[in-house]
Design a protein around this ligand. Sequence first.
Ligand code: NAD
Length: 424
Amino acid sequence: MNKKNLALQGRNNIELAEKNMGALMKLRENFARLKPFKGLKIAMALHITKETAALVRTFIAGGANVAITSCNPLSTQDDVAEALKADGIAAYGYKGETGREYYSFLNKVLDIKPNITIDDGCDLVTQIHLKRPTLLREIIGGCEETTTGIIRLRAMERDRALKYPIIAVNDNKTKHLMDNYYGTGQSTINGIIRATNVLFAGKTVVIAGYGDCGKGCAMRAKGMGANVIVTEVDAFPALQAQMDGFRVMPMKDAAPKGDIFITVTGNKHVIRVEHVHTMKNGAILANSGHFDIEIDVAGIKKAATQKKQIRPFMTRYTFGKRGSAHGKEVYVLADGRLVNLSAAEGHPSEVMSMSFCGQALACEYLVQHNGVKGKNPLKPGVHYLPEEIDQKIASLQLGVMGVKIDKLTPEQVRYLKEWKEGTN
Ligand SMILES: NC(=O)c1ccc[n+]([C@@H]2O[C@H](COP(=O)([O-])OP(=O)(O)OC[C@H]3O[C@@H](n4cnc5c(N)ncnc54)[C@H](O)[C@@H]3O)[C@@H](O)[C@H]2O)c1
């Protein structure tokens, strides 16, 4: 497809996304009136999807100057990037960019000398702190979209390295309890199916990590008729998985049992070569955690006797002699990068609407609380968005879905504040 047609396709996709992002569109109307970001420059490293484009357009409606690149070399939707460029927006990156290009695009975005950074995985923040500290002077704050990014930010905070306030948007209830759970649950299975067309019914699906994402993946895999095994390192989520009816065991025991493996831990080398050696012939390995290190793809590549690209996001690794009694093949999807954004389109728009309401309102909050002219300036460090803003997002989304809920009666309000009333 030529650039013009790509841009047209991208525009159609963005319009489709915006139709399903009613809550974000309501915020856009307000921003267009009040222009809270007038004169501000926002640098974004978020997966360039049609939903992210809707967020970019929301910031622009609010008066911001935005530059965007992706936060993963395989997650850019090229049609969407072209549509943004056709509208004169500084958008960098393409699906399949190299690691070197990835960092050069991050730096192009930083060249605007941002006042606000929006990250998904913390690469912009670390780039600024490690390589371009002079940019710190202009920055009032930032936002972080995902669990892995928050883990890195907390580590920076512990080392007293973090020099500006960042809102942990991931930790909004309307983000991690919705996006990570319902979004990752559906889109991860979607990514695996698009990459392989495998049948889930009757298969054994091993899910590494039973956090918000793992719970969502387990629920959806079960719903499609799979037998689910969970691996964990933390006793509490392991117990939850067991009580939710799944088998729980270490990866070493799960490896020979699984047909499809999904890692969503935010950790490194959760599936290693030693596990692959005991897997069934034809096992499928997919990752939906932020970085491409959850499956030791480099180790698998080194140990394999043959590598073959079977389909765009499906690579077959052979161990031993193909077809011989000891020969074995496993399939790694999307090079171990997040399968839902590489092989599919990421989360559905409805879910991203809530996540991105969080981003939009977090940026507004940063502006209202910046050290220069805001009240109660935020100190450098990781901050939560106040509960009432999270509530506002949930209410907006319920409104969009046409769902009404009860209100506390005055008697109930009083009762909930009362400690004297007990057993009758
Ligand atoms: N694909 C997506 O679109 C998407 C969306 C949201 C989050 N994420 C990413 O997914 C990952 C998980 O996010 P989350 O919100 O579920 O995190 P979480 O912290 O809620 O859950 C992670 C779980 O993995 C477990 N774990 C850690 N190391 C493990 C190991 N070696 N073996 C087994 N379990 C292990 C932890 O105990 C925890 O229960 C992060 O990298 C996050 O950034 C991806």
